[in-house]
Design a protein around this ligand. Structure first.
Ligand SMILES: Nc1ncnc2c1ncn2[C@@H]1O[C@H](COP(=O)(O)OP(=O)(O)O)[C@@H](O)[C@H]1O
Ligand SMILES: [Mg+2]
Length: 459
């Protein structure tokens, strides 16, 4: 279109100049006489040609490039940074065209950079672990991120452009926004929300947005999900309460019996012996408890190092078998073991022994006289299965999930009587998981239980 215009323009100039010369010719020719007339007509004709050539030169080298530059500049103003103008290798307008192209290139670069930065920000904001809401100084919502939508539901269009108090129902959040605006400082509140049918604890932090000249421009709300933190805190509190409770019983007992002894029971030899035996039993329990607690805290330290070695099953299992045969005999329980000979696997031998012994002690403890405890070790394709089966009291179905929790016992009194601390299975689970293995439980009340430890052969 521009080319056509240019053509038109050039044609218009051409017609104008030709018309001027024809007019001069028409006006001048009647006054001319003789040889002069031919000479003047020739001069006029040469003049006409020279002007035409000059005009063409000016047109090509000035008018055309300037018009092209104007067009490109207009496109740049519109925001189209891809346009470039044709640069003639010669002529005065060359520099102008070159500069305009350079300008367009700079604009394009800046625009691309800005676009990239914008999308980077968007990615960062949307992938933040916390929810985010940006509110302007009049209270209108300008931005919400993906995590926020996950916490509060609905789509971003249902928030953006609305007043915060119309789209957020929690009064505590309104308070955070109001106080952030009022005091122009960071304000924190905690709220609870039901997300996907689960109660979540959310910490809301409001921070004022202040520009270079210290004017309040709005507020940023950040929502941290602190459910897990709360859960851990609660677990820690429960643990401390449990430990105190567990320690209290034997200590009270030891103190009570020693006081009674000192008050005179000591004189009666029979009574004295009986009480001292209770004191010994309680202090043994106390010792076991402290030992298990230390063991657990050692296991929980992140630097828990496994001393991995290749275990040759036959020699490793012998000491366990000997120990268990004695224990079982003392309780009139038959102990059997079937071991695939020649198996090797990689594990920490001492820790693994602790696992198997713990499970075997439980099996014997929770099985009555005349029962059977079986240890079976089999090599599967890529795993080792170590299973301990008993014909004991079994575990009710709703307790199976919980027996690995610290201090959980199905029958508290029974566990105490057998000297249990309630920490054995928690320790077992820790060690098995550190070996990248897992532990399965099958049990039926009054029929018996099977605990199976599955360990990878290789790491
Ligand atoms: N072989 C088993 N048969 C029946 N109940 C068991 C068996 N092993 C564990 N339990 C149940 O799991 C609870 C937790 O076991 P554990 O952590 O070893 O603690 P405890 O010190 O009481 O033995 C026990 O108190 C017991 O109720
Ligand atoms: Mg136990």
């Amino acid at each position: 279109m521009i080319e056509e215009n240019k053509g038109n323009l050039f044609l218009r100039y051409l017609i104008m100049i030709t018309a001027v010369f024809i007019l001069i010719g028409i006006v001048a020719v009647p006054f001319l006489k003789g040889d002069d007339s031919l000479f003047i007509i020739l001069a006029l004709f040469i003049g006409y040609i020279v002007i035409l050539v000059l005009m063409y030169h000016v047109f090509e080298n000035y008018v055309k490039p300037i018009r092209a530059s104007v067009k490109v500049t207009k496109e740049l103003v519109k925001g189209n940074y891809n346009v470039r103008t044709y640069v003639k290798p010669i002529g005065e307008a060359q520099e102008l065209s070159e500069l305009i192209n350079k300008l367009a290139r700079n604009f394009q670069e800046m625009y691309l950079q800005e676009k990239m930065q914008g999308s980077q920000w968007k990615t960062v904001i949307n992938n933040m672990e916390s929810g985010l809401m940006l509110i302007d100084e009049r209270g209108y919502v300008h931005l919400v991120n993906r995590k926020f939508l996950k916490m509060f539901g609905k789509n971003s269009i249902q928030y953006i452009g609305y007043l915060y108090y119309d789209v957020l129902e929690e009064k505590a959040i309104h308070k955070v926004v109001q106080e952030t605006f009022l005091y122009e400082e960071k304000i924190t509140e905690a709220i609870t929300r039901t997300i996907e049918a689960q109660k979540h604890h959310i910490e809301v932090v409001g921070a004022p947005v202040i520009n270079d000249v210290k004017e309040l421009k709005g507020a940023v709300l950040v929502f941290h999900d602190i459910t897990e933190l709360k859960r851990v805190e609660q677990m820690r509190k429960d643990f401390v309460a449990n430990v105190s409770h567990e320690l209290k019983t034997p200590i009270t007992s030891i103190r009570g019996f020693s006081e009674t002894l000192l008050d005179g029971a000591m004189e009666d030899e029979e009574l004295c012996k009986q009480f001292l035996q209770i004191i010994l039993k309680e202090s043994t329990r106390l010792q076991a408890l402290v030992q298990d607690l230390l063991e657990l805290s050692k296991l929980e330290k992140e630097e828990m190092k496994l001393m991995l070695k290749t275990i040759h099953i036959d020699e490793w299992i012998t000491s366990i078998q000997t120990l268990m045969e004695q224990q079982a005999k003392a309780k009139s329980i038959s102990f059997q073991s079937t071991i695939d000979g020649g198996i090797t696997f990689i594990a920490d031998p001492d820790r693994m022994q602790q696992v198997v012994l713990n499970l075997l002690y439980n099996a014997i403890n929770y099985t009555g006289e005349g029962g059977t405890v079986t240890l079976r070790i089999e090599a599967k394709e890529s795993d080792i299965h170590i299973s301990i089966t008993d014909t004991g009291i079994g575990i009710p179905e709703d307790s199976i999930q919980r027996i690995f929790e610290r201090f959980y016992r199905v029958d508290r009194a029974r566990s105490r009587n057998t000297g249990g601390t309630g920490l054995g299975l928690a320790i077992v689970k820790h060690i098995v998981e550190a070996h990248k293995g897992k532990i399965l439980v099958e049990s039926m009340v009054n029929k018996g239980s099977t605990f199976t430890v599955i360990l990878p052969k290789e790491w």
